[in-house]
Design a protein around this ligand. Structure first.
Ligand code: UD2
Ligand code: MN
Length: 595
């Protein structure tokens, strides 16, 4: 009976589609980190070198007049965020937090408490939610390369992919351990994968440290899916992240796509949306975020249409696997970190491809203030890698780089003949063509001119509303918090002394961003220092975390990123020292703001 056969085949197909497409992210689960963390601290930290791309800047002021922009980044985005997530209860918590900052440069205490699964705010534009993607899309191999990553951050990256990707599109996840030294990664990861993630998650271990560039090439060589998706090891993918990336690749295999990189705060782990910006660079060969030119936003779909981007930040992108190989993978002569993102961006555009940012795909990334690792020999790999890319791709424009870094003009950079052969084989355009056609905004300084001023300064005007103001009085000693020296002195500490209602230098403002600003000048700050150190007065940065305080319940003054409360040290001493302490509701921790 052909009719019956047809009906049963149709039903099977419909049921299959229903089950694969209706996969929703699971409800919030609190999964404690099994086995706990081991904190054997090794003195292996080399001096830091160049910083990563940093989070995209806040949108220019005023954001409301730009309906095409994503919502203003802000801590309010995560509705379920509890500022007390980082609360320190005992010395063990304190050690996890302090060691975590030291080893990973973010708040590992909060990361561990979040566990491996969590809900995220859906940061997409409303129009994205109405978009329908074809069902027949290429399958994806997700490649995640890591070195000494915090166990909970790595596992949250992996689980977020498993939780938010339809199974039929996810071919596999390939984890490349770049010869990590941390005990839990060496001993527990394999067992965790075997017991909890059998099937799709594969672990490849490098026998020696290769760096993220060769690490990704190794990961890609193990992949068998149609599309490669690269992620950093401290990401969380958001709702419907993958389909919008695969669709343009399916249409044209020479299209390389990046999601919008949302911001996961290193201090609080709060997930908040990024504005829609695109990638650029400066003549120091550092990546930077640029505003999207009007010409890109004029399409009818302005708010959500893919945006042509001159460069990518580097960590998060998807590319047809065969195209990745045809285009020359990466430069294997580049070490550890840096420069590969500009190299692949130039290569894509100059050799016939295109690079797009897809506003409807959102992936969060923990943006750290410093890189917590060095290179094995302590070299500046960024300079080495940039030199290679300048010599291979930038033609006469490499002089722009040397004008800023004259000491590199004569520095060796190894053999680049294989890369020059790639350029020749692919018959790539000149760098001049790239600048003229893809990045006309880039200004070229005439030789010997002063370096040009940045064309665009991403500083939105920040005017957070003041919620409360006046003296900040400690109720036990009945004294007020003031700067030990001048309130304008950056890095100065604070102490308590006799209150004076008429002294403007004792005036604190508590604003809607939870900052405490003294005399309208500086913010009370607990940067990445040990949680028991005293707070300092620093320039207000407006991104929460180390400057985020909650003033409330039982008069305590709670600091979000250290998870402790401000306390008067020795109530009987006239010195008036204050410090952070485990919140216990005691008298020295009672404060009141107002006159
Ligand atoms: C950015 C990119 C990063 C890379 C880099 C330039 C984003 C969000 N991140 O810096 O992917 O393109 O710029 O090179 O765009 N890792 C190793 N072995 C190493 C060093 C690092 O496997 O020797 C891993 C590391 O664990 C992480 C990834 O490589 O998963 C990227 O490193 P990062 O997070 O320190 O780089 P980031 O985000 O500062
Ligand atoms: Mn990263």
């Amino acid at each position: 009976c052909y009719g019956c056969l047809f009906t049963s085949v149709t039903w099977t197909l419909l049921l299959f589609l229903y089950f694969t497409l209706s996969q929703e992210s699971p409800p919030f689960k609190y999964v404690p980190v099994p086995g706990g963390q081991s904190f054997s601290y090794q003195r292996r930290f080399q001096p830091r070198f160049t910083r990563g791309p940093g989070p995209p800047p806040p949108p220019q002021d005023p954001p409301r007049e730009q309906p095409h922009r994503a919502p203003v980044p802000g801590r309010k985005a995560a509705a379920d965020f509890s500022p007390e997530m980082g609360m320190i209860f005992n010395e063990q918590d304190q050690e996890i937090r302090d060691m975590g900052y030291h080893k990973h440069a973010f708040n590992v205490l909060i990361s561990n408490r979040l566990g491996y699964h969590r809900d995220l705010p859906d940061t997409r534009n409303e129009k994205c939610k109405e978009k329908v993607y074809g069902l027949v899309l290429p399958s994806a191999s997700v490649v995640i390369c890591f070195f000494n990553e915090a166990f909970s951050a790595l596992l949250r990256t992996v689980h977020s992919v498993l939780d938010r990707t339809p199974a039929y599109l996810l071919h596999e996840i390939i984890l490349v351990d770049d010869n990590s030294e941390l005990a839990d990664l060496k001993e527990e990861l394999e067992t965790y994968i075997r017991q909890n993630l059998p099937g799709k998650v594969k672990l490849v271990r490098n026998e020696k440290r290769e760096g993220l560039i060769r690490g990704r090439v190794i990961g890609a060589s193990h992949a068998t899916g149609e599309v490669l998706v690269f992620l950093d090891s401290h990401c969380e993918v958001n709702e419907m992240w993958l389909q919008p990336l695969l669709t343009p690749i399916k249409e044209d295999r020479r299209t390389v796509v990046c999601p919008v990189i949302d911001i996961i705060s290193a201090d609080t782990l709060v997930y908040s949306p990024s504005p829609i910006v695109r990638g650029g660079f400066n003549w120091g060969l550092h990546f930077k975020w640029d505003p999207v030119p009007m010409s890109e936003l004029n399409s009818p779909d302005g708010a959500i249409a893919p945006i042509r981007s001159p460069t990518m930040a580097g960590g998060l992108f998807a590319m047809d696997r065969k195209y990745f190989n045809d285009l020359g993978q990466y430069d294997n002569g580049m070490d550890i970190w840096g420069g590969e993102n500009l190299e692949i961006s130039f290569r894509i555009w100059m050799c016939g491809g295109q690079l797009l940012i897809i506003p409807c795909s959102r992936v969060g990334h923990i943006f750290r203030k410093r890189r917590p690792y060095g290179s094995p020999g302590g070299q500046d790999t960024m300079a080495h890698n940039s030199l290679r890319l300048a010599h291979v791709w930038m033609d006469e424009y490499k002089e722009q780089y040397f004008a800023l870094r004259p000491e590199l003009r004569t520095r060796g950079y190894g053999d680049i003949s294989e890369r020059l052969a790639v350029r020749k084989r692919l018959q790539c355009h000149s760098f001049r063509w790239y600048l003229d056609n893809i990045y006309p905004e880039m200004q070229v300084a005439a030789p010997h001119n002063k370096p040009q001023q940045p064309v665009f300064v991403n500083k939105g005007l920040r005017r957070p509303k003041v919620l409360q103001r006046g003296r900040l009085r400690n109720l036990q000693v009945n004294k007020c918090l003031v700067a030990q020296g001048r309130p304008s002195q950056k890095g100065g500490v604070v102490v308590v002394k006799a209150c004076d209602l008429n002294d403007p230098e004792q005036d604190w403002a508590y604003d809607e961003e939870h900052e405490l600003i003294l005399a309208g000048l500086l913010c009370l700050d607990m940067s990445e220092i040990r949680s028991s150190d005293p707070p300092r007065l620093m320039k207000c940065h407006g991104s929460g975390g180390s400057q985020q305080w909650t003033l409330g319940k039982s008069n305590r003054l709670y600091q979000v990123s250290v998870g402790q409360c401000l306390a008067v040290m020795d109530p009987l001493s006239h010195k008036g020292y204050v410090a952070m302490a485990i919140c216990d509701g005691s008298q020295p921790q009672q404060w009141q703001l107002g006159d």
